[in-house]
Design a protein around this ligand. Structure first.
Ligand code: PMP
Length: 413
Protein backbone atom coordinates (compact mmCIF):
# COMPACT_ATOMS: atom_id res chain seq x y z
CA UNK A 1 0.00 0.00 0.00
CA UNK A 2 1.37 3.42 -0.93
CA UNK A 3 2.32 5.56 2.01
CA UNK A 4 -0.03 8.41 2.57
CA UNK A 5 1.59 11.76 1.84
CA UNK A 6 2.32 13.44 5.14
CA UNK A 7 0.80 16.83 5.67
CA UNK A 8 3.30 19.68 5.99
CA UNK A 9 3.73 20.81 9.59
CA UNK A 10 1.32 23.61 10.42
CA UNK A 11 3.00 26.99 10.26
CA UNK A 12 2.96 28.92 13.52
CA UNK A 13 0.15 31.44 13.77
CA UNK A 14 1.12 34.92 12.63
CA UNK A 15 1.64 37.23 15.60
CA UNK A 16 -1.11 39.78 16.04
CA UNK A 17 -0.33 43.24 14.70
CA UNK A 18 0.77 45.00 17.90
CA UNK A 19 -0.66 48.38 16.95
CA UNK A 20 -4.05 46.83 16.13
CA UNK A 21 -3.95 45.06 19.53
CA UNK A 22 -3.19 48.32 21.27
CA UNK A 23 -5.99 50.14 19.45
CA UNK A 24 -8.43 47.40 20.35
CA UNK A 25 -7.46 47.47 24.04
CA UNK A 26 -6.99 51.25 24.46
CA UNK A 27 -10.41 51.96 26.00
CA UNK A 28 -9.90 49.11 28.46
CA UNK A 29 -6.39 50.23 29.46
CA UNK A 30 -6.97 53.98 29.98
CA UNK A 31 -9.01 53.81 33.21
CA UNK A 32 -6.74 51.10 34.59
CA UNK A 33 -3.69 53.32 34.11
CA UNK A 34 -5.55 56.19 35.78
CA UNK A 35 -5.96 53.96 38.84
CA UNK A 36 -2.21 54.05 39.64
CA UNK A 37 -1.63 57.24 41.66
CA UNK A 38 2.16 57.28 41.27
CA UNK A 39 1.80 57.02 37.49
CA UNK A 40 -1.00 59.56 37.22
CA UNK A 41 0.94 61.93 39.51
CA UNK A 42 4.10 61.98 37.38
CA UNK A 43 3.07 62.75 33.82
CA UNK A 44 6.63 63.48 32.63
CA UNK A 45 8.02 60.13 33.77
CA UNK A 46 7.68 56.63 32.31
CA UNK A 47 8.22 53.76 34.74
CA UNK A 48 9.77 50.94 32.70
CA UNK A 49 11.10 48.74 35.51
CA UNK A 50 8.13 46.59 36.49
CA UNK A 51 10.17 43.39 36.35
CA UNK A 52 12.05 44.74 39.39
CA UNK A 53 8.89 45.81 41.19
CA UNK A 54 5.50 46.95 39.96
CA UNK A 55 3.52 50.08 40.86
CA UNK A 56 0.43 49.75 43.04
CA UNK A 57 -3.15 50.62 42.07
CA UNK A 58 -5.32 52.76 44.37
CA UNK A 59 -7.40 49.68 45.23
CA UNK A 60 -4.35 48.03 46.80
CA UNK A 61 -3.43 51.17 48.75
CA UNK A 62 -7.06 51.44 49.92
CA UNK A 63 -7.11 47.81 51.09
CA UNK A 64 -3.96 48.35 53.18
CA UNK A 65 -5.38 51.56 54.64
CA UNK A 66 -8.68 49.87 55.43
CA UNK A 67 -6.95 46.94 57.12
CA UNK A 68 -4.66 49.13 59.23
CA UNK A 69 -7.48 51.45 60.27
CA UNK A 70 -10.15 48.85 61.03
CA UNK A 71 -8.70 45.55 62.20
CA UNK A 72 -4.89 45.58 62.50
CA UNK A 73 -3.80 42.86 64.95
CA UNK A 74 -1.63 39.79 64.96
CA UNK A 75 -2.71 36.65 63.14
CA UNK A 76 -3.35 33.21 64.63
CA UNK A 77 -3.04 34.39 68.24
CA UNK A 78 -5.81 36.41 69.95
CA UNK A 79 -9.52 35.63 69.97
CA UNK A 80 -10.93 39.17 69.95
CA UNK A 81 -12.56 40.44 66.73
CA UNK A 82 -9.55 42.26 65.22
CA UNK A 83 -7.31 39.23 65.77
CA UNK A 84 -9.96 36.94 64.29
CA UNK A 85 -10.36 39.25 61.32
CA UNK A 86 -6.58 39.23 60.74
CA UNK A 87 -6.39 35.45 61.00
CA UNK A 88 -9.28 35.20 58.52
CA UNK A 89 -7.48 37.63 56.20
CA UNK A 90 -4.28 35.53 56.18
CA UNK A 91 -6.07 32.19 55.79
CA UNK A 92 -8.39 33.64 53.13
CA UNK A 93 -5.39 34.95 51.21
CA UNK A 94 -3.87 31.45 51.07
CA UNK A 95 -7.05 30.18 49.41
CA UNK A 96 -7.09 33.19 47.11
CA UNK A 97 -3.54 32.46 45.93
CA UNK A 98 -4.56 28.89 45.11
CA UNK A 99 -7.60 30.08 43.21
CA UNK A 100 -5.66 32.76 41.35
CA UNK A 101 -3.12 30.15 40.26
CA UNK A 102 -5.83 27.71 39.12
CA UNK A 103 -4.76 25.09 41.66
CA UNK A 104 -6.45 21.84 40.55
CA UNK A 105 -6.14 20.22 43.99
CA UNK A 106 -6.40 22.92 46.69
CA UNK A 107 -7.17 20.39 49.43
CA UNK A 108 -3.68 18.91 49.23
CA UNK A 109 -1.59 22.00 48.48
CA UNK A 110 -0.29 24.71 50.81
CA UNK A 111 0.67 28.37 50.52
CA UNK A 112 3.46 29.91 52.56
CA UNK A 113 3.89 33.70 52.57
CA UNK A 114 7.38 35.15 52.16
CA UNK A 115 9.02 38.53 51.62
CA UNK A 116 9.50 37.81 47.91
CA UNK A 117 10.65 35.20 45.43
CA UNK A 118 14.23 35.11 46.79
CA UNK A 119 13.05 34.12 50.24
CA UNK A 120 10.58 31.67 48.74
CA UNK A 121 13.24 29.83 46.74
CA UNK A 122 15.61 29.85 49.70
CA UNK A 123 12.89 28.38 51.93
CA UNK A 124 12.37 25.46 49.55
CA UNK A 125 16.14 24.93 49.37
CA UNK A 126 16.68 25.19 53.13
CA UNK A 127 13.57 23.58 54.62
CA UNK A 128 12.52 20.96 52.10
CA UNK A 129 15.28 19.95 49.68
CA UNK A 130 17.78 18.51 52.23
CA UNK A 131 15.18 16.04 53.46
CA UNK A 132 14.68 14.79 49.90
CA UNK A 133 18.32 14.11 49.14
CA UNK A 134 20.69 11.27 49.97
CA UNK A 135 24.41 10.82 49.34
CA UNK A 136 25.09 10.51 45.59
CA UNK A 137 21.87 12.19 44.45
CA UNK A 138 21.79 14.84 41.72
CA UNK A 139 19.85 18.03 41.24
CA UNK A 140 19.51 20.08 38.05
CA UNK A 141 19.28 23.88 38.31
CA UNK A 142 19.55 26.84 35.92
CA UNK A 143 22.95 28.59 35.71
CA UNK A 144 21.83 31.52 33.53
CA UNK A 145 18.59 32.66 35.16
CA UNK A 146 18.10 34.92 38.18
CA UNK A 147 20.69 34.46 40.93
CA UNK A 148 17.83 33.90 43.37
CA UNK A 149 17.19 30.63 41.50
CA UNK A 150 20.79 29.40 41.73
CA UNK A 151 22.41 30.49 45.00
CA UNK A 152 19.96 28.69 47.34
CA UNK A 153 20.52 25.34 45.60
CA UNK A 154 24.30 25.74 45.85
CA UNK A 155 23.91 26.66 49.53
CA UNK A 156 21.84 23.50 50.08
CA UNK A 157 24.58 21.44 48.42
CA UNK A 158 27.21 23.01 50.73
CA UNK A 159 25.05 22.50 53.80
CA UNK A 160 24.59 18.83 52.93
CA UNK A 161 28.31 18.42 52.20
CA UNK A 162 29.06 19.74 55.70
CA UNK A 163 26.92 16.85 57.00
CA UNK A 164 28.75 14.34 54.81
CA UNK A 165 25.99 14.06 52.18
CA UNK A 166 27.49 14.69 48.74
CA UNK A 167 25.13 15.72 45.99
CA UNK A 168 25.92 16.77 42.43
CA UNK A 169 24.52 20.00 41.02
CA UNK A 170 24.11 19.88 37.25
CA UNK A 171 23.27 22.73 34.92
CA UNK A 172 19.81 22.73 33.40
CA UNK A 173 21.06 22.63 29.79
CA UNK A 174 20.40 25.51 27.45
CA UNK A 175 20.35 25.55 23.67
CA UNK A 176 23.51 26.92 22.08
CA UNK A 177 23.10 30.53 21.01
CA UNK A 178 19.89 31.05 22.93
CA UNK A 179 18.68 31.27 26.51
CA UNK A 180 16.04 28.53 26.04
CA UNK A 181 16.33 25.29 27.97
CA UNK A 182 17.33 22.27 25.91
CA UNK A 183 14.86 19.45 26.66
CA UNK A 184 16.77 16.86 24.56
CA UNK A 185 20.01 17.49 26.46
CA UNK A 186 18.06 17.44 29.73
CA UNK A 187 16.50 14.06 28.88
CA UNK A 188 20.02 12.71 28.22
CA UNK A 189 21.33 14.14 31.47
CA UNK A 190 18.56 13.06 33.83
CA UNK A 191 19.22 9.67 35.37
CA UNK A 192 18.04 7.49 38.27
CA UNK A 193 19.78 9.75 40.80
CA UNK A 194 18.16 12.95 39.48
CA UNK A 195 15.93 13.96 42.35
CA UNK A 196 15.02 17.59 41.71
CA UNK A 197 14.89 20.27 39.01
CA UNK A 198 14.65 24.04 39.46
CA UNK A 199 13.42 26.07 36.49
CA UNK A 200 12.14 29.52 35.63
CA UNK A 201 8.76 30.29 34.10
CA UNK A 202 9.58 33.55 32.28
CA UNK A 203 13.17 34.75 31.96
CA UNK A 204 13.78 38.09 33.69
CA UNK A 205 16.27 39.33 31.07
CA UNK A 206 14.96 37.84 27.81
CA UNK A 207 11.24 37.90 28.63
CA UNK A 208 11.14 34.36 27.26
CA UNK A 209 8.60 31.74 28.28
CA UNK A 210 10.96 28.91 29.24
CA UNK A 211 8.53 26.13 28.21
CA UNK A 212 8.58 24.35 31.53
CA UNK A 213 6.23 21.63 30.24
CA UNK A 214 9.16 20.44 28.11
CA UNK A 215 11.29 20.20 31.26
CA UNK A 216 8.63 17.97 32.81
CA UNK A 217 8.47 15.80 29.66
CA UNK A 218 12.25 15.46 29.67
CA UNK A 219 12.60 14.33 33.30
CA UNK A 220 9.49 12.15 33.48
CA UNK A 221 6.66 12.13 36.00
CA UNK A 222 8.49 11.46 39.28
CA UNK A 223 11.03 14.25 39.70
CA UNK A 224 9.87 17.27 41.73
CA UNK A 225 10.16 20.62 39.91
CA UNK A 226 10.38 24.02 41.60
CA UNK A 227 9.29 26.86 39.35
CA UNK A 228 10.42 30.46 39.78
CA UNK A 229 7.35 32.34 38.57
CA UNK A 230 8.50 35.81 39.67
CA UNK A 231 8.10 37.19 36.14
CA UNK A 232 4.88 35.47 35.19
CA UNK A 233 2.45 35.74 38.13
CA UNK A 234 0.61 39.05 37.81
CA UNK A 235 1.94 39.61 34.30
CA UNK A 236 0.27 36.84 32.33
CA UNK A 237 -2.25 34.08 33.05
CA UNK A 238 -0.61 31.31 35.10
CA UNK A 239 -2.48 28.05 35.57
CA UNK A 240 -1.15 25.31 37.80
CA UNK A 241 -3.50 22.93 36.03
CA UNK A 242 -1.29 23.18 32.96
CA UNK A 243 2.02 23.14 34.85
CA UNK A 244 2.99 19.86 36.42
CA UNK A 245 5.29 21.44 39.01
CA UNK A 246 5.66 20.87 42.75
CA UNK A 247 6.54 24.36 43.93
CA UNK A 248 5.59 27.65 42.38
CA UNK A 249 7.36 30.65 43.89
CA UNK A 250 6.45 34.26 43.14
CA UNK A 251 6.93 37.87 44.22
CA UNK A 252 3.80 39.69 45.43
CA UNK A 253 5.49 43.04 44.91
CA UNK A 254 5.93 42.36 41.18
CA UNK A 255 2.22 41.46 41.06
CA UNK A 256 1.06 44.90 42.30
CA UNK A 257 1.18 44.11 46.06
CA UNK A 258 3.36 45.89 48.63
CA UNK A 259 7.14 45.47 48.87
CA UNK A 260 8.07 42.59 51.17
CA UNK A 261 5.41 40.21 49.81
CA UNK A 262 5.59 36.89 48.01
CA UNK A 263 4.52 33.29 48.34
CA UNK A 264 5.45 29.67 47.83
CA UNK A 265 2.72 27.37 46.58
CA UNK A 266 3.53 23.71 47.31
CA UNK A 267 1.65 20.84 45.68
CA UNK A 268 2.59 18.38 48.40
CA UNK A 269 2.52 15.25 46.23
CA UNK A 270 6.12 14.28 45.39
CA UNK A 271 8.78 14.12 48.11
CA UNK A 272 8.55 15.04 51.79
CA UNK A 273 5.85 17.40 53.07
CA UNK A 274 6.74 21.09 52.82
CA UNK A 275 6.99 22.41 56.37
CA UNK A 276 8.82 25.71 56.39
CA UNK A 277 10.93 25.39 59.51
CA UNK A 278 11.18 27.36 62.66
CA UNK A 279 8.83 29.58 64.57
CA UNK A 280 7.16 31.72 61.89
CA UNK A 281 6.79 34.90 63.98
CA UNK A 282 4.38 37.64 63.04
CA UNK A 283 3.41 37.54 59.36
CA UNK A 284 3.40 40.63 57.16
CA UNK A 285 -0.35 41.06 57.59
CA UNK A 286 -0.59 44.44 55.83
CA UNK A 287 1.44 42.96 52.96
CA UNK A 288 -0.87 39.96 52.80
CA UNK A 289 -3.88 42.34 52.73
CA UNK A 290 -2.21 44.09 49.79
CA UNK A 291 -1.59 40.79 48.01
CA UNK A 292 -5.23 39.74 48.41
CA UNK A 293 -6.34 43.10 46.98
CA UNK A 294 -3.79 42.91 44.16
CA UNK A 295 -4.99 39.47 43.08
CA UNK A 296 -8.60 40.73 43.12
CA UNK A 297 -7.57 43.74 41.05
CA UNK A 298 -5.67 41.62 38.54
CA UNK A 299 -8.55 39.22 38.13
CA UNK A 300 -11.04 42.04 37.60
CA UNK A 301 -8.70 43.81 35.16
CA UNK A 302 -8.13 40.51 33.29
CA UNK A 303 -4.56 39.22 33.34
CA UNK A 304 -4.96 37.82 29.82
CA UNK A 305 -5.58 41.32 28.50
CA UNK A 306 -2.70 42.70 30.54
CA UNK A 307 -0.43 40.16 28.83
CA UNK A 308 -1.78 41.09 25.39
CA UNK A 309 -1.23 44.78 26.14
CA UNK A 310 2.33 44.46 27.41
CA UNK A 311 3.30 41.95 24.72
CA UNK A 312 2.07 44.37 22.06
CA UNK A 313 4.04 47.24 23.63
CA UNK A 314 7.14 45.04 23.79
CA UNK A 315 6.64 44.11 20.13
CA UNK A 316 6.50 47.78 19.11
CA UNK A 317 9.78 48.34 20.95
CA UNK A 318 11.56 45.25 19.58
CA UNK A 319 10.36 45.98 16.04
CA UNK A 320 11.62 49.54 16.38
CA UNK A 321 14.99 48.44 17.76
CA UNK A 322 15.42 45.97 14.91
CA UNK A 323 15.59 48.93 12.55
CA UNK A 324 18.33 50.66 14.60
CA UNK A 325 21.75 49.11 13.86
CA UNK A 326 23.35 50.66 16.99
CA UNK A 327 21.35 48.28 19.20
CA UNK A 328 21.26 44.56 19.84
CA UNK A 329 18.19 43.00 21.46
CA UNK A 330 19.17 40.16 23.79
CA UNK A 331 17.30 36.90 23.76
CA UNK A 332 16.70 33.62 22.09
CA UNK A 333 16.76 33.68 18.34
CA UNK A 334 15.09 30.29 18.08
CA UNK A 335 11.64 31.52 18.87
CA UNK A 336 11.30 34.35 16.41
CA UNK A 337 7.67 34.93 15.63
CA UNK A 338 6.72 34.02 12.07
CA UNK A 339 6.99 36.96 9.73
CA UNK A 340 8.88 39.07 12.22
CA UNK A 341 12.55 39.94 11.96
CA UNK A 342 12.83 40.18 15.71
CA UNK A 343 11.58 38.05 18.52
CA UNK A 344 8.42 39.02 20.33
CA UNK A 345 8.31 38.15 23.95
CA UNK A 346 6.23 38.96 27.02
CA UNK A 347 6.60 42.22 28.86
CA UNK A 348 10.43 42.43 28.92
CA UNK A 349 12.83 43.78 26.27
CA UNK A 350 16.55 43.93 27.05
CA UNK A 351 19.03 45.55 24.70
CA UNK A 352 22.52 46.90 24.41
CA UNK A 353 23.95 49.91 22.56
CA UNK A 354 27.14 49.03 20.69
CA UNK A 355 28.85 52.30 21.66
CA UNK A 356 27.25 53.46 24.94
CA UNK A 357 27.63 51.51 28.18
CA UNK A 358 24.49 50.42 29.96
CA UNK A 359 24.92 52.70 32.99
CA UNK A 360 25.45 55.73 30.76
CA UNK A 361 22.49 54.75 28.62
CA UNK A 362 20.38 54.43 31.78
CA UNK A 363 21.37 57.95 32.90
CA UNK A 364 20.68 59.39 29.46
CA UNK A 365 17.28 57.72 29.32
CA UNK A 366 16.36 59.04 32.78
CA UNK A 367 17.26 62.54 31.62
CA UNK A 368 14.41 62.02 29.13
CA UNK A 369 12.08 60.70 31.84
CA UNK A 370 12.50 56.93 31.27
CA UNK A 371 13.18 54.73 34.29
CA UNK A 372 14.89 51.55 33.08
CA UNK A 373 17.12 48.95 34.66
CA UNK A 374 20.75 49.15 33.53
CA UNK A 375 23.18 46.61 35.00
CA UNK A 376 23.66 42.83 35.00
CA UNK A 377 20.01 42.31 36.12
CA UNK A 378 21.12 39.87 38.88
CA UNK A 379 21.58 37.24 36.16
CA UNK A 380 23.68 34.32 37.34
CA UNK A 381 27.02 34.14 35.52
CA UNK A 382 26.96 37.78 34.39
CA UNK A 383 28.81 40.81 35.68
CA UNK A 384 28.09 44.52 35.33
CA UNK A 385 30.59 44.52 32.44
CA UNK A 386 28.04 42.53 30.42
CA UNK A 387 25.49 45.24 31.21
CA UNK A 388 22.43 45.98 29.17
CA UNK A 389 19.29 48.04 29.51
CA UNK A 390 16.04 46.34 30.42
CA UNK A 391 12.62 47.78 29.67
CA UNK A 392 9.87 45.93 31.51
CA UNK A 393 6.23 46.79 31.22
CA UNK A 394 2.93 46.57 33.00
CA UNK A 395 -0.62 47.59 32.37
CA UNK A 396 0.06 51.29 33.04
CA UNK A 397 2.57 51.68 30.19
CA UNK A 398 1.51 53.19 26.87
CA UNK A 399 2.23 53.24 23.15
CA UNK A 400 3.25 56.90 23.46
CA UNK A 401 5.95 55.89 25.95
CA UNK A 402 7.32 53.28 23.53
CA UNK A 403 7.28 55.74 20.62
CA UNK A 404 9.00 58.48 22.62
CA UNK A 405 11.59 56.00 23.87
CA UNK A 406 12.27 54.87 20.30
CA UNK A 407 12.69 58.51 19.22
CA UNK A 408 15.30 59.06 21.96
CA UNK A 409 17.07 55.78 21.12
CA UNK A 410 17.09 56.71 17.41
CA UNK A 411 18.69 60.06 18.20
CA UNK A 412 21.42 58.29 20.21
CA UNK A 413 22.56 56.20 17.25
N1 PMP B 1 13.45 35.34 40.16
C1 PMP B 1 13.27 36.15 39.11
C2 PMP B 1 13.09 35.54 37.76
C3 PMP B 1 13.25 37.53 39.29
O1 PMP B 1 13.10 38.32 38.25
C4 PMP B 1 13.42 38.06 40.59
C5 PMP B 1 13.38 39.55 40.86
N2 PMP B 1 14.14 40.33 40.02
C6 PMP B 1 13.59 37.18 41.66
C7 PMP B 1 13.58 35.82 41.42
C8 PMP B 1 13.75 37.69 43.07
O2 PMP B 1 12.52 38.18 43.50
P1 PMP B 1 12.35 39.05 44.83
O3 PMP B 1 12.84 40.41 44.49
O4 PMP B 1 10.88 39.04 45.08
O5 PMP B 1 13.12 38.41 45.90
Amino acid sequence: MAARPTAPPPSPPAPPDPRAELRELAAWQRPLRAGFPIVAGHPGLAYLDSAATAQKPQAVLDAVHAYLTTSNANSGRGSYPWANATTALVEGAREQVKEFLGDPDPERSSVHFTSGASEGLRTVARDWLPELLADGDEIVVPFGDHRANLDPWLEARDLLAARGVRITVRELPRQAGSGDYDPAALAGLAGPRTRFVAATHVHHVYGADMNVHRVREAVGPHVPICLDAAQSVGHQPVSLAGLDVDFLVFSGHKALALPGTGAVWARGARGPAFRPGGWPGTPNTAGIASLAAALDWLRAADVGRIARWTTALAAVLTDGLAGLPAYEVLGCRTSLAAGSAVQRRGSIVTFRHHGIGSQDLGFILYSHGFMVRSDDHCQAGRSVRDGSVRVSLHVYNTLEEMEELLTVLTNLQ
